[in-house]
Each structure stands twice: as C-alpha cells, then as structure tokens.
Design a protein around this ligand. Structure first.
Ligand SMILES: [Zn+2]
Length: 80
C-alpha cells in the first residue's frame, strides 16, 4: 500500500513540474516580438494611414481606396 501512495505522489509531483514548466515557457511564446513588416503609408487624398498591402497605387501616389485614386492627390488642380 505504501508503494502505491509513493507512486501517486510521484505522479502528482511530475504533473505539477510539467505544468510549472509549461506556464514558464508560455509567456514568450504567447507574445512573439513581431517585426514591423507591414509598413504604413499615407493616402495622398485624405491622408489616412493604412498598411502598404492595402493601399492602391495610382500615378506614383498611394491611396486608401479606388475612389480616392480616381480623385487624385489632395493638393491637385481641383483646390478650393
Ligand atoms: Zn483616402
């Protein structure tokens, strides 16, 4: 009977050690240091910042949407 109790205590201790090791390893894995790969660009029409992957390129300028790409840059000839 005494052997069984020791075995149970060993299993409990092993589980506790594994859980503690996992908890210690978790924070670095949960928060990976992401490099700023998606660069932000400014819409030439309204000046909003958006990721480069979502921007539209028109006549050498970047825009947030197709509508703004059609309108053109803010400081264009249609200035009020
Ligand atoms: Zn825009």
């Amino acid at each position: 009977m005494g052997k069984l109790l020791v075995l149970i205590l060993l299993i409990v201790a092993a589980v506790w050690l594994v859980r503690r090791a996992l908890r210690r390893a978790a924070p670095p894995a949960a928060a990976p240091a992401k490099p700023t790969s998606d660069e932000l660009v400014r819409c030439a029409q309204c000046g909003v910042l958006l990721p480069r992957a979502e921007a539209r390129m028109s006549a050498g300028a970047l825009y947030c949407s197709d509508e703004h790409a059609k309108i053109g840059p803010m400081s264009g000839p249609g200035k009020r």
